[in-house]
Structures are given as structure tokens and as C-alpha cells.
Design a protein around this ligand. Structure first.
Ligand code: PLP
Length: 430
């Protein structure tokens, strides 16, 4: 087991591909780990929730990116999941990094990348972090307002600046444009001011919102960026890079990539460098979380006693790794990993089950707060009791990075790294 730390001393597990499908590999590791935990006598924390991370999945997403968006160089958004093994793989894949803070800049540098492969993509920066970026040689950064330009003039006048523009992110899951982005109308004023301050503007950036649903937003944003490039030329800047941000999702990727790729090619000649800041796309599917059932409450309807219904309490919840329910609008789906009563191991998900062919549960986190609910109603195909384990797929994006220690629970859970792709294993030297 490799704990979540920057220490890569423990060898992750590399399983040969082709023998077992990635999901089977993941389930095997989950089962092996939970089999070692005896809730009746284990030390506090030994039964804590833990992850299995498939680095092969990240590698496959990278190949898919290359096939569909070959012109666009990814700068992985560290905020999405700053796991050091992920960062190490991203660095080996040749990707850059989008960092939002001093700590993220440090993580990217620790992954071994040159500062030129980092963009400090936070338009409203802490001044001491700006000076830190200058000290570390992290020159590329975004801005979207005049005050930021004055700060940059004082703290890092040599910075290479990207003007972040507003997008219409109304159809995205997590909206960002109410907080960041200069309107296209204000772009000329900001470019003039930057010129007056003798600052170096090198590009334009935007973000269509995380979990974007309307690919047309990309078309409009690229066209707006083109207009800003032209304005910049009038001011005397020769911009060389367009940063198309994040917002890419697994299930819509090919469709979005085709539309974005065409828009970019239509508006920007080949000598303009195109970069992106994908987060969720790369890592959401790569992490599976297992959590322990610490308590159960029978909530059978007295009118219908034959029909079982229970509240289950897990040792992880919305203040922990399920923070994605609150902050990222996700709906993680429980599946049974072990069920002692049914002799079940990995009985499968509730998908497609009706109340007549399963048992109804609500699933709760461990804290005292009523908001700490993972699932209000779910049907699972078996009896789950205290001591059993559930697992949740697609838990790689915006989960553990926004976990808290509320009620004294740990925010530091083990990760078992595996690789279902020889390509990833080779890069990581697993
Ligand atoms: N870039 C910036 C500036 C962001 O704020 C975010 C997410 O909030 C991302 C990139 C990553 O977005 P996503 O995970 O949707 O790809």
C-alpha cells in the first residue's frame, strides 16, 4: 500500500494487461486490502476509507487527448487532484501544469518539471505568491483586471501574461465566470494599460466552466479570443499562445474536441501555440474509493415490515472524500464490495435494480451534521451490515483535495496505485 504522500518509496503494483480487465484489477486490490482488516480488533484508522488509483486510466486518457486534440498541449490542473503519483505521470507524459497557489507550484516543481512548463492560472493572486513565482522562475500567469496589473508591475514585472476573458458558462456544472474573466469590452483598456506599464502580454486564456455541457461555448470563446489577439496587435503586442482552459468531460470529450479543434484551426494559424488546463477529464475515472460501514439503523416501515430498509453510516462523507457531492455536484454510486450476511463480494451496483429485487438504503457520512448524506435513496442487491465495505467508482476529481478534518476524522487516506497499461507502468518505473 502506498500512502498518500510525496514519498514514492513503496513500490506500486503493476498488473499485466490483457489478463484481467482494469475493473477486475481494481476490485482485486480492493478485496485484498479489506481482507486484511479485522474490525473486531484493528487499530483505530486501519478500517479507514482508501483509494485504488489506476495510473493506466490516466495514460489512456492522455492517448485519447493526443488522438483528438493533437494541436493542444495539456497543462494538468493540479487543483483537481494533486496526488504526487499523478503529477509524476503528467510530468513524464510531457504535460505542463496549471497551478493556483504557492503550494501547487511547489508540487509541480517537485514532480520535476521546468518552471516554463507551469502556468500560474489564477487571475487574482496573493502578492507574496507572485514574488515566490518570480523567485522560482514561473513566468506564465493569467490576469483579468487592472489592479492585478499594478501588482504584477510591482512584484514581477518580467511575468508573461495571459489575459483571461469571460465565457458564457451558464450550461456548465461548476460556473467560474461570475468570479473570473475580463469582458471582451474591457480587453482593449487592459491591453492598453499593460502596454503603458511596460508589461509583457503573451496570450489569451479562458475557461468555459467545469463540467461544461454546451460545446458551442468553446466556439464563442475562441472567436472572442481571436478578437482580443487582434486588439493586442493594434496595441503593439504579438501574442503567441491561446489557453483554452479546462471543462472537458469523459463522456463528451470526442464531440467537444472536434468542435474546439475546428474552431481553433479556423481562427488561429499554426504558429500560434494552443494549450489547455484539463483536470477532471484526466483523473475522474482513475480513482475508486472503498469505505467501511460503521453503523446501521433499521428504518423498516411498520406498515410494510417485509420490506427491508436501512440507514447505513460510512466512515467517509461529504466533509471527507465525498466533498465532491457538495462542491462538485456529483452523485457517487455505491456498490457492494463485501457483504458478510450474503457471502457477497462485489455484488455489483444498484443500477437497474428496483425495490423488489434489492434492499433500500440511505447512505450517510460519519459526522454529526445532517447534511452529511452520500445517497438519499439507493437499492443494493444484498444485505449490508456493520463491518461490510462499499465502493464508489469515478472518485478521482475534486474529492480528497477538498476534504476537511471536521469532527476529527482524517483527511489523509491511503492510495493503492496500480497500472492497467504497460505504457504507464514503464513511465512510472512500476
Ligand atoms: N483551470 C482553471 C483556471 C480552473 O479554475 C479549473 C477548475 O476550476 C480548471 C482549469 C480545471 O477544470 P476541469 O477540471 O473542468 O478541467
Amino acid at each position: 500500500v502506498t500512502p498518500y504522500s510525496t514519498d514514492h518509496g513503496v513500490k506500486p503494483i503493476c498488473l499485466p494487461r490483457g489478463q484481467v480487465a482494469p475493473k477486475e484489477m481494481i476490485l482485486e486490490q480492493l478485496r485484498l486490502r479489506v481482507a486484511r482488516v479485522d474490525a473486531a480488533c484493528c487499530e483505530p484508522g486501519e478500517e479507514d476509507a482508501f483509494y485504488v488509483a489506476d495510473m493506466g486510466e490516466i495514460y489512456r486518457q492522455h492517448m485519447r487527448w493526443k488522438m483528438n486534440l493533437s494541436r493542444v498541449k495539456p497543462f494538468y490542473a493540479v487543483k483537481c487532484n494533486p496526488d504526487p503519483e499523478i503529477l509524476r505521470l503528467m510530468a513524464k507524459l510531457g504535460n505542463g501544469f496549471d497551478c493556483a497557489s504557492k503550494a501547487e507550484i511547489d508540487l509541480a516543481l517537485q514532480a520535476g518539471v521546468d518552471p516554463s512548463r507551469i502556468i500560474y492560472a489564477q487571475p487574482c493572486k496573493t502578492r507574496s505568491y507572485l514574488r515566490y513565482a518570480a523567485q522560482k522562475g514561473v513566468k506564465q500567469m493569467t490576469f483579468d483586471n487592472a489592479d492585478e496589473l499594478y501588482k504584477i508591475k510591482t512584484d514581477f514585472p518580467e511575468a508573461e501574461l495571459y489575459l483571461r476573458i469571460l465565457t458564457d458558462d451558464s450550461s456548465s456544472m461548476c460556473r467560474l465566470s461570475m468570479k473570473f474573466g475580463a469582458s471582451v469590452d474591457s480587453a482593449r483598456y487592459l491591453l492598453d494599460l499593460a502596454k503603458q506599464l511596460e508589461l509583457k502580454v503573451v496570450g489569451v486564456s479562458f475557461h468555459v466552466g467545469s463540467g461544461a455541457e454546451d460545446p458551442a461555448t468553446f466556439i464563442k470563446a475562441v472567436q472572442d479570443a481571436r478578437w482580443v489577439f487582434d486588439q493586442a496587435a493594434e496595441v503593439g503586442y504579438e501574442l503567441h499562445t491561446l489557453d483554452v482552459g479546462g471543462g472537458f468531460c469523459d463522456d463528451t470529450f470526442e464531440r467537444f474536441a472536434a468542435i474546439l479543434g475546428k474552431a481553433v484551426d479556423d481562427c488561429f494559424p499554426p504558429h500560434i501555440r494552443i494549450i489547455a488546463e484539463p483536470g477532471r477529464y484526466y483523473v475522474a475515472q482513475a480513482f475508486t474509493l472503498a469505505a467501511h460501514v460503521i453503523a446501521r439503523r433499521d428504518v423498516r416501515d411498520p406498515q410494510d415490515p417485509a420490506r427491508d430498509a436501512y440507514m447505513l453510516y460510512l466512515n467517509d462523507g461529504v466533509y471527507g472524500n465525498f466533498s465532491n457531492i457538495i462542491f462538485d455536484h456529483q452523485h457517487p454510486v455505491a456498490q457492494i464490495l463485501t457483504s458478510a450476511a450474503n457471502g457477497l463480494e462485489s455484488a455489483g451496483s444498484s443500477t437497474g435494480s428496483s425495490p423488489t429485487d434489492g434492499i433500500e438504503y440511505s447512505i450517510w457520512g460519519p459526522t454529526c451534521d445532517g447534511i452529511d448524506v452520500i445517497s438519499n435513496r439507493i437499492t443494493l442487491p444484498g444485505l449490508v451490515d456493520v463491518g461490510d465495505w462499499l465502493y464508489f467508482e469515478n472518485m478521482g476529481a475534486y474529492t480528497r483535495c477538498s476534504a476537511t478534518r471536521f469532527n476529527g476524522f482524517s483527511d489523509n487516506h491511503d492510495v493503492i496505485y496500480i497500472s492497467s497499461e504497460p505504457g504507464a507502468s514503464a513511465l512510472l518505473e512500476y
